[in-house]
Design a protein around this ligand. Structure first.
Ligand code: ADP
Length: 980
């Protein structure tokens, strides 16, 4: 296009002239358009460039002429639109070139003049020029001067030599198109970008691999700087390419190595800008090298870790200290995060200046996870440790305790710092401290769990409580102890209970030793573990011989099997054990019966912890039982013998519940009648016996038995059977009686006959006696009339004897009458004092041997039978005299109350044995002592006396002391309506 323009402006005529002129010019002339393309070159110019250059850019068309100075001048002329000049040495011909540049309408006219003569060294210009060239060539680096567009203006020998190129072959062409760079499009692109940036004034540095020729590749570090003109405009660019092939080689080697190692490796500049990441790291992050470089790597860091990592990294950079941080880094392929330990170390030069940071990232994910698991476990442990009711602690393998749960701290009232290490041991009781620490040290040394009880101080109160400490080692996979976990359990209550138990056990032992039984204890399985001394003594064995099951040898062979079977059963069921068996006396070889008893002792959980047993000697009891059995057998024999009637009554109505055949036979009842349980006492007793039976029952109630009575039984047919009966209460129950009944009818009949005989005899005797008495008094009167006094004493003696017999017969008659209930009484008012006086007077006259002393008076008159009462006193006084042969007095005491009168007859005679005192009031009874027997009598007096007193509503009792005397006391009521 510019070419067309140019053609239009130049007229053929003038152009002809002009061209000729130009062609003849001594120098070389180039006309350039605005784009620095050669539009015209004169003949000299053609010669100089040695080719047809028209249409080509100046820089490429005339490389022999190109220099930085020229380029600068061209630029200047273009900008200023002013002519300018420049002089320089052609790098090709080494000739001096003087260049005049004139802006034209179309572009620029450049006129070169070549001076071939050598330069005077003094010439300043020449000096500069040469220096420039020498300098350029002195660089070991390849240096290329470029236009801001990237065209090569100048180049030193190094790149040309590497590429086997002539200068001309490079000058004026885009640097990026040179073979070294065009071989690799990436490198070419990199260079173009760098040139573009440099042309904007930046200094650009980069590494690249170039290929100056097919058989050569070089690693170069390119540095492109710009040169600015006076107006600050970038005039040209200087590219310095340093050959770093060797370093690169080493680096590559290293890098291969670094890439091969399983670690991630990175390198950063002193300012922290990451300049290198090894392949593994890049592969992991799945980012490009460029993305990772600089600060790009932070993107791969887990968001939660980012700030922290960044802060640590910045701090490390600032302070120039090693950098170490753990963080999660994302796996670029699957998006998962893994934990890494990232370390960076600053590399310094000799002066200490940081050259760069070299770092590694080590995958610690597994470790971290394990750690987290441990942490989680630890968390769990802590939660557990804080919730359990014990005091919990952990200790390092070296014995320093490093954890105490809240409860521990609360109890000791101490802080963690106070407890840490061995601090806790200050709370041990001084008496337990050494023992505990020794046990603990031993455990830590041997790695065996330990358990020790000690007193531990409550921090606030200072009170010691008993604790049970337990500790277990915790080992890692290799078996190494990594920790000790321990608990301390409050066992104070338990301990105290134990102590109490011990004390009570001690008490028990003392008790056991003092008890009259054998005392023993066994383990839950029956193994005897204690027995008292008494047991040992009896068996004549040591405890060692008895313990366990040794005691069994002393069991009677006949008892062994059943005793052991029962024991076995109770051990299994926990039921109390109770059995009678015989044990051998170890010394005599005799067996005695024992009652063995055992009770299980249970703990709070109900488990049997012990058996507590005793053996009680029941030999006597056994014998008694046997005796009882024998006597029972005898009784049975007696009952079954039916010699006497035997009955058994029960209950309030005394129902006959059992009777032997003899009884049934006596009464006519059948066994069926008996079994009907309707035979009450009422049915058997005649109504008039009711008072008698009342008395009998009273006696049974108080004495457990009653003296046999004579009574009548009402038989089934209503007839009456005289019996002799007695009863005892059965086993102490007054409502259960065993009675015996003897048929008394034969004796009764005999008695009756005797009574009848006495009655008849006394009647028969009375009549002749009365006749005899009358005859005697008649005889006395006749003899007195006849004055025959000599016979008087004989007659008196006769009369006395007759009176005696008469009295005897009277008494016999009285007894018969009493027996028949026919003794008659008169009723009259009797002055008792007068009667007594009269009686005593008479007695005193007839019995001068004793003085009868009367004390007191009764001063009472009674409704009574005067003669009968006189008979009472006479009888008592005569007995008193008769049975106190050696005594001098008989005393009579009289007393009266409002209701009664009392007459006591007191003698100092023989006295009456206790057992006979009741009997003397019975018919014909006489005391049995030899002295008594020597005194004549028939045993009727007191019988009659008692009857008369009774009939007067009174009582008669006797007190007596054998050898000292007796007192008979008669008490009579003063007033009575009628006589009984
Ligand atoms: P006896 O005709 O035998 O005296 P009693 O009926 O008067 O008959 O007395 C019965 C018995 O009581 C006597 O045999 C006598 O042993 C004893 N006895 C009576 N009174 C006394 C008395 N005062 N001192 C000692 N024994 C007496």
């Amino acid at each position: 296009m510019s070419h067309t323009k140019q053609k239009k402006r130049v007229t053929p005529a003038s152009s002809e002239t002009l061209l000729t002129l130009l062609e003849t010019l001594p120098g070389a002339l180039f006309l350039l358009d605005d784009n620095a393309t050669i539009v015209y070159a004169n003949a000299n110019a053609q010669t100089m460039t040695r080719k047809d250059v028209c249409g080509k850019p100046l820089w490429r068309g005339a490389p022999q002429l190109v220099s930085t100075s020229l380029y600068q001048a061209v630029q200047k002329a273009k900008q200023t639109r002013e002519p300018t000049e420049v002089e320089y040495i052609s790098p090709v011909t080494n000739s001096r070139l003087h260049v005049s540049l004139s802006p034209t309408n179309e572009g620029l006219a450049i006129f070169f003049q070549e001076y071939l003569e050598p330069q005077s060294p003094q010439n300043a210009f020449s000096q500069n020029e040469h220096m420039y060239r020498d300098l350029l060539e002195s660089f070991s680096d390849g240096v290329t001067i470029l236009t801001p567009q990237g065209l090569v203006l100048d180049v030193n020998q190094r790149p040309l030599a590497d590429a086997h190129l002539q200068r001309e072959e490079m000058i004026g062409k885009p640097f990026a198109d040179s073979p070294a760079w065009s071989h690799d499009p990436a490198a070419q692109q990199q260079l173009r970008a760098a040139i573009a940036r440099a042309s904007r004034g930046e200094t650009v540095r980069f590494e690249a691999r170039i290929h100056p020729r097919s058989d050569l590749s070089l690693d170069i570090l390119m540095t492109i700087t710009s040169h600015r003109g006076a107006n600050q405009q970038v005039e040209y660019l200087i590219c310095a390419g340093r050959d770093i092939t060797e370093r690169k080689y080493i680096e590559d080697e290293l890098r291969t190595l670094v890439d091969a190692i399983p670690h991630f490796v990175w390198i950063a500049r002193p300012d922290g800008h990451v300049i290198y990441n090894n392949q593994r790291l890049i592969d992991y992050q799945a980012m490009s090298r460029e993305q990772v470089e600089g600060d790009g790597w932070i993107a791969a860091v887990h968001p939660d870790d980012r700030q922290r990592v960044w802060d640590v990294w910045q701090a490390a950079i600032q302070r120039g200290v090693s950098y170490e941080v753990e963080h999660r880094m994302q796996d670029g392929i699957n998006g998962a995060y893994r934990w890494f330990l990232v370390r960076g170390v600053p590399q310094r030069n000799a002066e200490g200046t940081i050259l760069h940071w070299i770092g590694t990232c080590t995958d610690i994910d597994k470790q971290k996870q394990a750690e987290q698991r441990i942490k989680a476990n630890e968390q769990n442990f802590r939660v557990l440790a804080e919730t359990v009711p014990q005091l919990v602690w952990t200790t390092r393998p070296d014995g320093l305790s490093d954890y105490f749960n809240q409860r521990f701290r609360d109890y000791t009232h101490a802080t963690w710092e106070q407890l840490y290490g061995y601090g806790w041991s200050q709370f041990l009781h001084p008496d337990d401290s050494e023992r505990t620490l020794v046990a603990r040290a031993h455990a830590f040394r041997t790695g065996t769990p330990y358990e020790v009880a000690y007193r531990f101080k409550e921090g606030q109160t200072g009170v010691y409580r008993w604790f049970l400490a337990r500790a277990m080692p915790v080992r890692d996979a290799t078996g190494q102890i990594i920790k000790w976990f321990g608990t301390i359990t409050d066992i104070d209550d338990q301990k105290r209970t134990e102590q109490r138990l011990k004390a009570s056990e001690e008490n028990l032992r003392v008790l056991a030793e003092t008890m009259p039984q054998f005392v023993w204890t066994t383990r839950p399985d029956g193994h005897l573990d204690y027995c008292n001394q008494r047991y040992c003594e009896y068996t004549h064995a040591t405890f060692e011989q008895l313990q366990g099951y040794g005691w069994r040898q002393f069991l009677h062979p006949e008892d062994i099997e059943r005793s052991l079977a029962l024991r076995h059963h109770t051990l299994e069921t926990g039921e109390p054990f109770e059995r009678e068996h015989r044990l051998r006396n170890g010394q005599t070889g005799e067996y005695r019966w024992f009652l063995a008893r055992a009770m299980p002792v249970r703990n709070e959980a109900g488990q049997i912890v012990k058996w507590f047993g005793t053996c009680t000697d029941i030999e006597e009891q056994k014998r008694t039982e046997q005796a009882l059995r024998q006597s029972q057998e005898r009784i049975r024999a007696l009952i079954d013998s039916n010699i006497i009637g035997i009955t058994s009554n029960e209950g309030d109505e005394e129902v006959l519940v059992d009777a032997n055949d003899a009884f049934l036979h006596m009464t006519g009842y059948t066994r069926e009648d008996l079994n009907s349980r309707t035979l009450t006492r009422m049915k058997f007793t005649p109504p008039e016996h009711a008072p008698l039976f009342q008395r009998v029952l009273q006696e049974v109630a108080t004495h457990g038995q009653h003296t046999p009575i004579e009574a009548e039984l009402v038989c089934k047919d209503g007839s009456r059977l005289p019996v002799l009966a007695g009863a005892v209460t059965f086993q102490g129950h007054p409502r259960q009686m065993i009675g015996f009944v003897l048929d008394n009818s034969a004796r009764k009949e005999l008695e009756q006959r005797k009574d009848d005989f006495i009655s008849m005899a006394s009647h028969e005797l009375r009549n002749p006696l009365t006749a005899l008495k009358m005859q005697t008094s008649l005889l006395r009167r006749q003899l007195a009339k006849q004055g025959l006094q000599a016979s008087a004493p004989a007659l008196s003696s006769m009369e006395t004897q007759i009176n005696k017999v008469t009295r005897l017969v009277e008494e016999l008659l009285d007894v018969s009458k009493i027996q028949a209930g026919r003794l008659e009484y008169r009723q009259e008012t009797v002055d008792l004092d007068a009667l007594l006086r009269e009686t005593i007077d008479t007695m005193q006259q007839t019995h001068p041997s004793h003085r009868i002393l009367v004390r007191g008076a009764v001063q009472a008159s009674l409704m009574a039978d005067r003669d009968r009462l006189g008979q009472v006193f006479t009888n008592l006084i005569s007995n008193a005299i008769k049975y106190s042969p050696g005594a001098e007095t008989v005393e009579i005491d009289l007393e009266a109350t409002l209701e009664t009168v009392t007459i006591r007859v007191h003698d100092h005679g023989l006295g009456i044995p206790r057992e006979q005192r009741d009997k003397i009031f019975e018919r014909f009874y006489r005391a049995t002592g030899p002295k008594q027997k020597a005194i004549p009598g028939l045993g009727m007096g007191l019988y009659i006396v008692a009857e008369i007193v009774k009939r007067h509503g009174g009582t008669i009792t006797v007190e007596s002391a054998v050898g000292k005397g007796s007192i008979f006391t008669v008490t009579l009521p003063k007033k009575r309506d009628t006589l009984d």
